[in-house]
Write a protein that binds this ligand. Structure first.
Ligand code: NAD
Length: 325
């Protein structure tokens, strides 16, 4: 299944791994890339730019296939030296970068000057058009179903993706809610050149996350996510555990939400520890509605092969048959 995006990225299947904080490490990114999709390391998972440089080298030892690095620019508890992370990425010879969260303009001259293919992840068509105008090569269009930060427009992918297809000239990935071959076939039909999957890749053998988290996500349904930080206009879709419920309770009180009250509950280091220990109520973690479609913990290779085979069968047997005389 070759598309503009498989050709641009040099990958065998039109599937890209979502840039997940604390999850996008060499173990997962290399397994995804070895499966013929595009693995993604997340820059801010590493404590500093030097550690990111080492992680990129480690990933390169684990795969000879292309992989990318995600750089997310969103509010953080501690200031992030973004320019230094960009230098670590460029200096490590990475060929593909996914920017997310905010306008990538400040980093574009450095990234494009180094010949890097830039994918910008965004949650609206207007931001996708802006990314196209800035010279991004691909956009990843993230619908309301997605894990993490879906933006504030609340437009789901059945509307967002065809709108993107009508307006964009550069190719785009469909992101948010994708977990199976039906989703891949639908995304291609809606005009995308591939899919981006985070939650589905988190629930794989190779994801460096405690088995308790994966098993809980297998038993969870599409109704088990919560939207926190709505009152701060930094909405984030997370697993609906007791900590998420506490945050929602604080946000439901009259008056402005004081982030200082929420910060100790949601800080990323608690999420990192939750993934390491498997203590499911020790913090919050990003999870998408795609959980409803997940009922096993395959290897990345099994998962990618299955999704592509399912999508091909749907296109060949079901959709083509509908148009036969
Ligand atoms: P962190 O510990 O710095 O912050 C924890 C959470 O609080 C994050 O969601 C952050 O956006 C939010 N936050 C921080 N300061 C805030 C403020 N002043 N007002 C409102 N919200 C605030 O974050 P981390 O877990 O170390 O993650 C590092 C970065 O990766 C953050 O920018 C985070 O948003 C981002 N991230 C993105 C996704 C995604 O879906 N794209 C998922 C997880 C994390």
């Amino acid at each position: 299944m070759q598309t503009r995006i498989t050709r641009m990225l040099g990958i065998r299947h039109p599937i890209v791994q979502g840039g997940m904080q604390w999850v996008g490490r060499a173990e997962l990114a290399s397994a995804v890339s070895n499966a013929g999709a595009l693995g993604i390391l997340t820059a801010l998972t590493q404590p500093d730019p030097e550690a990111l440089h080492r992680e990129i080298l480690r990933c390169r030892e684990m795969t000879d296939q292309p992989f990318g690095v995600n750089l997310t620019i969103l509010p953080t508890l501690r200031p992030v030296p973004y320019d230094e992370y960009v230098e670590a990425i460029v200096g490590s010879g990475v060929r593909i970068v996914e920017t997310a969260g905010r306008n990538p303009e400040p980093f574009m001259p450095r990234l494009k000057g180094a010949g890097i293919t830039v994918i910008h992840k965004c949650t609206s068509v207007r931001h996708a058009l802006k990314a196209e105008a800035l010279g991004c090569d691909i956009v990843s269009v993230d619908g309301f179903e997605c894990a993490g930060h879906p933006g504030e427009d609340d437009v789901s992918n059945l509307i967002l993706l065809p709108l993107a297809a009508r307006r964009l000239r550069i190719p785009f990935l469909a992101s948010g809610g994708f977990a199976d071959g039906r989703g891949l076939a639908a995304a291609l039909a809606l005009g995308a050149d591939g899919i981006n999957m985070g939650t589905r890749f988190l629930v794989t053998q190779e994801a460096p996350v405690h088995m308790n988290v994966k098993q809980r996500m297998v038993t969870a349904s599409e109704r088990d996510t919560a939207l926190i930080f709505r009152t701060l206009r930094n909405t984030s879709r997370v697993f609906r555990n007791s900590v998420a419920q506490q945050v929602l309770e604080i946000e439901s009180r009259p008056g402005d939400t004081d982030f200082e009250e929420i910060a100790p509950l949601v800080k990323g280091t608690r999420g990192r520890d939750l993934f390491a220990t498997g203590d499911l109520d020790s913090g919050v973690w990003s999870a998408g509605m795609a959980m409803g479609l997940i009922d096993d913990i395959p290897t990345c290779d099994e998962l990618v092969s299955r999704i592509v085979a399912e999508a091909e069968a749907i296109i060949r047997e079901r959709l083509s048959a509908l148009s036969e005389p």
